[in-house]
Write a protein that binds this ligand. Structure first.
Ligand code: GDP
Length: 594
């Protein structure tokens, strides 16, 4: 308590109305009203600066103090295996290793150009142009220190690594085009990096463009939790032009600065462990994989297990294509000798003998099979069980809605639920249908996707099924929040998994007397059942989800129709059927609980 009886509260340089409401336990509406009284018009997602927030906080009986600079989020959750290994090493054996950097950002903002600019600017002059090899990672030297760049732009690779718990990168460079600003994939990248607790440096690219607007981008970054350091925040924002090769040195400098503030160490003499960056089948060399060493020193002749592949390393090459015998921590090497292609993101380790390698691979294969049958799902029930067991204190959500206007009330309702023991963590809230990227992020972060008035793209559904990610779609906000509330109380109705039982192609559309339309179909796969659920697919869109209203075969009502037969299908409360649509039939099976 302060002298005037006000409770103290720490506030950051910029805060959204929603977060302010939460921290002073007021409703966002109350805050918006107070702001209006003070002449500030702001919606729930908008950010206000510290001074404004402090005034509002005071009106609610709080005395604001600036948030401490380095108030880093505490590390929770499980560390990736290789980090655990390093943590287990004797303190004295640990030495500094080069930071591993990955470049993320929205499409066309210049990730590839920046990777090329850094690569070309920093290889010894004699070699420039000589490096045509792309092995998925390269190293540059700045002021006598090495930096390793993962040369697989786009966050698919990063997500793959994260989803497998590898988390190879120490630092994320987020490329944002100064003429375009923060875009959906920028936000996804921020969510990824935050979820992995990897520090972010922003490369404000394309500053050479006449319509570049750095200040606007900085404002947007602030609104997305990356307040530039020049504005009192913690994020370094480095203006660069990948095209004109400007600012590259500054960016490398920033990377080393951030590296110095992070614990980037390893034991070069310790057990060898690392991550597979990429792998390809070469016609003459066989499987060739790029391995990033994270602890220990990898040597030619070592017997390596990578995911479910193994082999004795016949030869190793650095990113320049030069043969090497050894690779220490943070060094990427392209290796030959594995018996098959490992997956990007797989961990590798060195073992004593081929026999041991075979044994490990066998165990992994068996475990993988078990996992498929048990499918570790991030269902609401499963998560709740983990809350109860004290293993989880956060419910991660990804929210997709049709329009910005519906996101706001959903977020505020959900935040209202997020009180007490369990914290609801909204990783990402955006407009648009549920996409494959959303599912990847959900899978990597053990999150659930909730959609409001949106659909899930077909590819997203498939991936969700394969990855065991829950997608829940709603058209009434109240039902959405009710479900989450129920889940938090452990009362959610059992989850059902869907099983597709058949598909039918719409060949003709008939209109009946009362205007109801019937799809003349041919069953192309499995069977169509009268009592099943259906979804109508048009290209990659789902245009209807519901139930079969009628199923007929040559004027007879039938209960089911098998592959190869033609039938008439009516859909409950839906008439906009078109030739070329596909009717997918599915049933809901109760998920088995062990
Ligand atoms: P990515 O999709 O993020 O990998 O983006 P690219 O590196 O392929 O770049 C997309 C486009 O932006 C290309 O046409 C580049 O030439 C252009 N570009 C990239 N960096 C710059 C820059 O600094 N200035 C300008 N003017 N154009 C750039």
């Amino acid at each position: 308590m302060s002298e005037n009886g006000h409770k103290k509260i720490e506030l950051p340089a910029l805060i959204s109305v929603r977060d302010l409401a939460q921290s002073i336990e007021a409703s966002p509406i109350q805050i918006i009203k107070k702001l209006m009284n003070n002449g500030v018009m702001a919606s729930i997602n908008q950010t206000i600066d510290y001074d404004t927030a402090a005034i509002i906080a005071a009106e609610f009986g709080f005395e604001a103090v600036p948030e401490r600079e380095q108030a880093e989020e505490k590390e929770t959750g499980e560390l990736p295996v290789w980090r655990q290994m390093i943590a287990g090493e004797d303190e004295q054996s640990l030495t500094r290793r080069p930071p591993v950097v990955t470049i993320l950002g929205h499409v066309d903002h210049g990730k590839t150009s920046l990777l090329d600019a850094i690569r070309n600017a920093n290889v010894a002059a004699g070699e420039a142009g000589g490096i045509t090899q792309h092995i998925g990672a390269y190293q540059v030297e700045h002021k006598g220190r090495q930096i390793t760049f993962l040369d697989t732009p786009g966050h698919a690779a990063f997500t793959a690594m994260r989803a497998r718990g590898a988390q190879g990168a120490d630092i994320v460079v987020l490329v944002v085009a100064a003429d375009d600003g923060v875009m959906p994939q920028t936000k996804e990248a921020i969510a990824h990096a935050k979820a992995a607790r990897v520090p972010i440096i922003v490369a404000l690219n394309k500053i050479d463009k006449p319509n570049a607007n750095p200040d606007n981008v900085k404002k947007q970054l602030g609104e997305n939790g990356l307040v530039p350091d020049e504005w009192g925040g913690n994020t370094m924002v480095i203006p660069v032009s990948a095209k004109q090769k400007q600012g590259i040195e500054d960016l490398l400098e920033a990377i080393l600065l951030v590296a110095d503030n992070s614990d980037i160490r390893a034991n070069p003499k310790g057990a060898v462990i690392g991550t597979v960056i990429e792998a390809q089948l070469d016609k003459s060399k066989g499987p060739v994989a790029t391995l990033l060493v994270q602890n220990g020193t990898l040597e030619t002749g070592d017997i390596v297990v990578a995911g479910t592949t193994f082999g004795r390393l016949r030869a190793m090459f650095d990113f320049r294509g030069r043969k090497v015998q050894k690779a220490g921590p943070s060094v990427p090497v392209s290796v030959m000798g594995l018996n098959d292609l490992p997956s990007a993101g797989d961990l590798f380790q060195v073992v004593e003998s081929e026999r041991q390698a075979r044994q490990i691979v066998l165990e992994r294969q068996e475990a993988a099979q078990k996992e498929v049958s048990a499918q570790k799902k991030a269902t609401l029930e499963e998560l709740f069980a983990r809350f109860q067991a004290g293993q989880a204190k956060e419910l991660n959500l990804i929210i997709k809605a049709d329009v910005q206007g519906s996101l706001e009330p959903i977020i505020s309702e959900i935040n209202n639920l997020s009180k007490g023991e369990i914290k609801i963590n909204i990783l990402y809230a955006e407009t648009g249908n549920v996409s494959e990227n959303d599912v990847m992020l959900a899978s990597a972060s053990q999150a659930i996707i909730v959609g409001f008035n949106v659909q899930a793209e077909v590819a997203a559904r498939r991936l969700a099924e394969a990855e065991g990610v829950s997608i829940r779609l709603y058209d009434i906000i109240y039902r959405l929040t009710e479900d989450i509330e129920k889940a938090l109380k452990g009362m959610l109705a059992p989850e059902f998994t869907e099983k597709v039982i058949g598909k039918a192609a719409v060949l003709q559309v008939f209109t009946l007397s009362r205007g109801n339309r019937i799809a003349g179909c041919k069953v192309t796969e499995g069977e169509v059942r009268r009592n099943s659920k259906v979804r109508l697919l048009r290209g990659k869109d789902v245009v209807y989800e519901g139930e079969v209203a009628s199923l007929r075969h040559e004027k007879e009502d039938v209960r089911e129709m098998r592959q190869g037969f033609e039938c008439g299908v009516g859909l409950k409360n839906f008439n906009d059927i078109q030739v070329g649509d596909v009717i997918e039939c599915y049933i809901l099976e109760k998920t088995k609980v062990d």
